[in-house]
Write a protein that binds this ligand. Sequence first.
Ligand SMILES: Nc1nc2c(ncn2[C@@H]2O[C@H](COP(=O)(O)OP(=O)(O)OP(=O)(O)O)[C@@H](O)[C@H]2O)c(=O)[nH]1
Ligand SMILES: [Mg+2]
Length: 391
Amino acid sequence: MSTEPEKAVLIGVINDNQDIRLVNDYLDELAFLVETAGAIPVKKFIQRLDSPNARTYIGSGKLEEIHQFAIQEKIDIVIFDDELSPSQMRNIEKELEIRVLDRTNLILDIFAQRAKTAYAKTQVELAQYEYLLPRLAGMWTHLERQQGGIGMRGPGETEIETDRRIIRTKIALLKDQLEKIDRQMITQRKNRGKLVRVSLVGYTNVGKSTLMNLLSKSDLFAENKLFATLDATVRKVVIGNLPFLLSDTVGFIRKLPHHLVESFKSTLDEVREADLLLHVVDISHPGFEEQIGIVNQTLQEIHAADKPTIVVFNKTDAYSYIPKEEDDLSPRQRENLTLEELKNSWMARNNAPSIFISALKKQNIDNLRGLLYETVKGIHVTRYPYDNFLY
Ligand SMILES: Nc1nc2c(ncn2[C@@H]2O[C@H](COP(=O)(O)OP(=O)(O)OP(=O)(O)O)[C@@H](O)[C@H]2O)c(=O)[nH]1
Ligand SMILES: [Mg+2]
């Protein structure tokens, strides 16, 4: 095999009520995921369908078009923006004669590449096996050979059954390992004393780690790729004379695979046990409002919604808008608002405290520090009314 990056085509489906722009944004995000995984997104295919085809997800005409394109352009993989059923994946693979991935596959793959600590690796591995388990049928796997299958297979059992059993055993083992690490981490967290705990949350690539580095003067890995951060990192931060704990953790994304959320539950404990959330938003992203919705929904899934939250609008330096002509009387859209107008409309509609900053250009950071100081102090004094030695 050559070391050239693989060439990928991306496939999205929209129904009649969906905006083509929206699907384009989704596929842009998928393309970003593909780049993060190390492949080259070559072309996007979009098909309008009332409901996905049960057998091949997209229609046969479209499939043939993609097949031809893939042959001509020597495409290595096709990637669907949705999770495919095991049989759909098989059928499509048969028609296209190249590797087929769905969005979940891709995200799992990126997580696997990016996991550095044993803990993150174990969590990803668990998610991968959970994804694999219902997809074994029809896959010619030979796990039992690696395990020295003698005696493992009962009379009459199929190979798949054996593989399933091995995977179930593996899953149980991984869960066991995670539980052990969890117990250590719970003890560690208990030893942290009574400092107020603040958690950075947000969509992936919004600037959480950059902000963490700025506030805690640490040096965490931040880059313009998705899921730069997988582990939870906790730092002690002091503002004025007030110490508190700040944690940075894995970012969220649209359609985050269910198994990943499940297996990252312990990493997300940091968020669940926080006293205050800093919800970081990339205001320069055209889809930032939808991203806010997805983060809130994920917070609900991990039972961390309803916490005191400050919305931190980041990347104000990169915000751009399309000014409207004086004589253009069509209604102004969100993309026509100046940053000031956007601030005002946001604050008129929402009552959660919010602040607009640029972590990269270090703009408005003193105000953020001030807001953090007041909020953390407020939490501390309600919790320990007689303890004022900190101030
Ligand atoms: N223009 C601009 N870019 C920023 C700002 N803050 C962060 N970035 C960039 O955004 C990219 C992502 O930053 P990270 O800090 O890694 O984002 P994250 O939210 O931790 O991302 P994940 O860990 O991948 O979820 C990097 O290329 C940063 O340099 C900002 O205020 N303005
Ligand atoms: Mg990060």
